[in-house]
Design a binder for this molecule. Sequence first.
Ligand code: INI
Length: 162
Amino acid sequence: MSTLQGTTYEGALLAAGLRFGIVCSRFNEFFVSKLLEGARDCIRRHGGDEDAVEVAWVPGSFEIPLVAKRLAASGRYDAVLALGVVIQGATAHAQYINAEVSKGLAQVAMQYGVPVIYGVVTTESIEQAIERSGTKAGNRGADAARSAIEMANLLKQLPKPT
Ligand code: INI
């Protein structure tokens, strides 16, 4: 990114010294465990310490925001990641879950000023979930971890609130 003048803030992709809280949903755990592996691997490959990653498992994605809120409120983490997989079924059930999770996570980030990263995969089929959990469409857990690293470092750079 180039600037002609002034100050540009951007977060480095360096995870050394950063602490991460990860909330994982057990529902569709087959896929979520792959997202978690991807997140851990990404943090490690960016110089992060595996002991600096703490994981809390919740029953389903609907429960993620409450636990993300607790982790963010603890002040213990530079970023909180939410990992889940919501697969659309025959009813609108998944849509209600998705709406609550995205809204809840956004509220947590705004309330606590901690980066809260949305790593919830929302798909119409199991095949799409496979594609996003470490196959041809990549690994959304790794993507979430990269965003978490960048945001954690960016927030450290930005002017502090008065
Ligand atoms: N939870 C998910 O994480 N993914 C889903 O696909 C899903 N579906 O489809 O039902 C799901 N449901 C459980 C939900 O998140 C809550 O755990 C449950 O309703 C209890 O509050």
